[in-house]
Design a protein around this ligand. Structure first.
Ligand SMILES: O=C(O)CCC(=O)C(=O)O
Length: 254
């Protein structure tokens, strides 16, 4: 449940942790689907390691999740995720992307960034985007938990980012089955997985206000088979209709 405390934390800290969203069996099932999705992505020729994004291949990236298994369509439209999106972004949001990052032992940190800065030039005056992070494993500092900079959701410009930000970052802690909701302005990076045998699998459901260009072109990424199973509302959120990510004008029906 998305409580007043979660809302207050999002406002004050730029994130909140909501526990026990997925039951253990469901979490394990989604994780199994993710491992299969990573293999299927490779089979389709979409690599799971991107040079320049991560320092080495121990970060396994899975793009285009929505076309790889229906369970990911279920999660991106999970009522709780939608509640958070509506609260932070108003009713006027779109689905910008849905990806995964499995940090295996030996994985390193990517560039420190904010997700809003990745899609919108400064100044950043409002929380115009949101990442709903699905934790498929227990997440803690040692296994590469996402590191964030406390208070950084108040940075308006690049010049507000301290030069020693890397030394001040702290890890999210959350149990498998939790959601970490992180507003788009919070500066963060992936942690270093220092364990010997523990993987850290996270899904990143990215939502933004509709005036921002989505990160992923679902028109190209989704097969006709996947598209045919989507509701009109999902088609709108994914920009599959004529008006793409533009809020439909009164009088124009999609
Ligand atoms: O994997 C993580 O902990 C963070 C990933 C991330 O920030 C990104 O992919 O933009």
């Amino acid at each position: 449940m998305f409580t007043e405390d979660h809302k207050a934390s999002l406002k004050q800290h730029g994130y909140c942790v909501i526990e026990d969203v997925l039951e253990p069996l469901k979490t394990a099932d989604v994780r199994r689907c993710l491992v299969e999705a990573a293999a299927e992505s490779e089979r389709r020729g979409v690599p799971t390691y991107i040079e320049g994004l991560d320092p080495n291949p121990n970060n396994v990236r899975v793009f285009n999740l929505l076309d790889l298994d229906p369970v990911f369509v279920e999660l991106i439209s999970h009522p709780l995720a939608l509640d958070i999106a509506r609260y932070l972004l108003d009713d006027d949001f779109i689905i910008s992307n849905f990806t995964a990052n499995i940090a295996k032992p030996g994985s390193g940190s990517m560039l420190i960034h904010s997700d809003l800065a990745a899609v919108l030039p400064e100044p950043w005056h409002a929380p115009w985007s949101l990442n709903v992070i699905w934790c498929l494993d227990d997440v803690r500092g040692e296994n590469g938990a996402t590191l964030f900079m406390p208070g950084s959701h108040h940075y308006v410009r690049i010049s507000d980012v301290p030069t020693d930000i890397a030394e001040q970052m702290v890890p999210f802690e959350a149990k498998a089955g939790s959601i970490v909701a992180m507003e788009g302005r919070l500066w963060h990076t992936s942690g270093i997985n220092q364990t010997r045998g523990e993987e850290r699998a996270l899904l990143f459901g990215y939502y933004s206000r509709s005036f921002i260009r989505p990160q992923w072109n679902f028109n190209v990424g989704l097969s006709e088979a996947t598209k045919s199973k989507l509701s009109p509302q999902m088609r709108h959120w994914l920009g599959l209709e004529l008006t793409a990510n533009v809020k439909p004008l009164a009088g124009i029906t999609e």
